[in-house]
Design a protein around this ligand. Structure first.
Ligand code: HEC
Length: 107
């Protein structure tokens, strides 16, 4: 599922193509460590708008957390994914900039 829906941009190992496509091995562990980052990761268009059900997106997100954030984080529940997905963010890049400024060095 990851390879089909996400891997085209994020690459099999999560490395992406920085700076256009972030390296998930760097950004996911940092974003996963707080609630706003957890919400953002589901709300980002590549995830929230993928043609998959909430149950499938939950599985993909949890696989990504285990694989790219080394399994140190609480898995998403399906209801958490449903809720974040329904909560549309108008300016996702502004939110990302804010989260990065607060919590990340530039990836
Ligand atoms: C068309 C390319 C593309 C596809 C396909 C894609 N993404 Fe992304 N993804 C991006 C880009 C670009 C960003 C950086 C934020 C932005 O510009 O929206 C991103 C950011 C993310 C992030 C947050 C990491 C960060 O550093 O901002 C997560 C988590 C994520 N994507 C998950 C997924 C999942 C899950 C899928 C598949 C269901 C997926 N993406 C499919 C391009 C893509």
């Amino acid at each position: 599922m990851y390879l089909l829906h996400c891997g085209g941009c994020h690459i099999e190992n999560g490395s992406g193509m920085p700076p256009a496509i972030p390296d998930l091995r760097i950004t996911m562990p940092k974003l996963a460590s707080h609630d706003e980052g957890r919400a953002y990761m589901v709300q980002v268009p590549g995830a929230s708008q993928a043609p998959v059900t909430d149950a499938q997106l939950t599985e993909i997100m949890n696989w990504m957390l285990r694989t790219f954030a080394e399994g140190t984080f609480r898995p998403y529940t399906e209801s958490e994914v449903t809720q974040h997905r329904a909560n549309k963010v108008l300016d996702i890049l502004a939110l990302r900039r804010q989260l990065i400024a607060e919590n990340l060095e530039a990836p």
